[in-house]
Design a protein around this ligand. Sequence first.
Ligand code: FAD
Length: 499
Amino acid sequence: MPSDQPLRVAVIGAGLAGLSCAKYLTDAGFCPTVYEARHVLGGKVAAWKDEDGDWYETGLHIFFGAYPNMLQLFKELNIEDRLQWKEHSMIFNMKQRKEDIPVDEDGLIRAKPTYSRFDFPSALPAPLNGIVAILRNNDMLTWTEKIKFAFGLLPAIIFGQKYVEDCDKLSWTEWLEKQGIPERVNDEVFVAMSKALNFIGPDDISTTVILTALNRFLQEKHGSRMAFLDGSPTERLCQPIVDHIRKKGGEVFLGKPLQQFHLNDDGSIKELVVGSGGDDETREIVTADAYVSALPVDVLKLKIPEEWKSIDIFQRLKSLVGVPVINLHLWFDRKLTDVDHLLFSRSPLLSVYADMSNTCREYADPEKSMLELVLAPADEYIGKTDEVIVEATMSELERLFPQCIGTRAADPAKLLKFKVVKTPRSVYKTVKGLQPKRPTQRTPIPNFFLAGDFTLQMYLASMEGAVLSGKLAAREIATAVETALATGTEVPFSSASKD
Ligand SMILES: Cc1cc2nc3c(=O)[nH]c(=O)nc-3n(C[C@H](O)[C@H](O)[C@H](O)COP(=O)(O)OP(=O)(O)OC[C@H]3O[C@@H](n4cnc5c(N)ncnc54)[C@H](O)[C@@H]3O)c2cc1C
């Protein structure tokens, strides 16, 4: 940036969007300072250590091959070796009622769980590898169902992203019906996929979400390949971003929540009030040349100043509301499985889960399992006690690991301890019709920009979406400066205070 004094940018929130924004701002020659409310980095990827030194996390997080901006970030930080790529497969639990599980003559259950796999052959390019993976799986869909589904998908393949965006007016169940695809396809595959993508069911989720994911998975050879991080996202991903920001002159502060925006007479931001205490001593006034909100949408709505409330872009935020989700960690005294991958539970209570003692280097244990499970939809359980949630989950595990869990298990496993992390407002609930409500990174307020997974970008509410939104917000700021310099006009946010 052609200036002696780098422009100062205050970034609010140290989730992936805020950290990515600050990282790309430092790369572009700006001087960002990040203000995070909590004493932990990462927002929805935050993690903590318990009293035994074991990690527990806000969410079980999967990185996909179809995450170009996230993978680029790993490369730029030189931490690519921290991604533990798994076999290119999707593994679903076979649906099995408890009463159908075979019991041996002695009254005990030795039957192991059964899985149905979609294996993507590495020798084939996309979309052939995906098509072969689907055709080879005969456990879940009949040939007729596969053919009907393939025909139903044709418009998305032929008309591309425009069609995908237009389908936002339909829920996934409505779209399946319109395409003449049997409802059983939903029960077999898309209840699990919809819960994994947005913690809601196919009757609620927008078609755009599912078609976007399918498009990425079918169009890119490694699109649906999954990786686990080799440790906690806070230490292994967020901290290196902070190190990069600091090395290049920026700063990240924890425990400094935004309280309020103070405005100039023209409605632009004059300064921020940050700090946790109610008294003046712990509160700080922050001034900068530009300001970026990387807050979750539900918090942003509460912080919008009165003067901005009638502006269309902020009005539209009302429709975006975080969805509840619960992440459970169960530590057992023995191994329940040796599967080193994400599993789709196909359980009414649970979404995806993994034995982190197999999938993640830092959590590895050759003797004992640590299951991390996502409970979704969570509306019914979000207000319940941890004990009630764990009891309901253990009951589901009698179906997923019948040989180890339950009174008739032949190889009973003991639950040693658990941690339950509830997020009452997580990513925004992607019901139909919300695409036009998502705000762009640039706002009508000249010195105020938005980042966050809910802002407009094609990767929906995900880590990739958050990283991309931060990058786009940084780009908007850089572009505004470059345009002003090229045209000889004033930078729209060159002065913080306009007293
Ligand atoms: C259970 C679960 C599982 C998930 N699984 C996956 C997955 O497998 N793959 C995937 O791609 N995505 C997954 N996600 C989604 C992903 O975590 C999010 O999309 C992404 O992390 C959001 O990043 P963000 O920066 O936009 O928002 P956030 O992470 O919410 O960051 C916002 C930050 O603002 C801070 N903040 C709040 N109030 C204030 C204030 N007043 N002042 C200053 N700071 C404030 C917050 O503390 C937070 O750090 C999952 C999410 C959950 C909850």
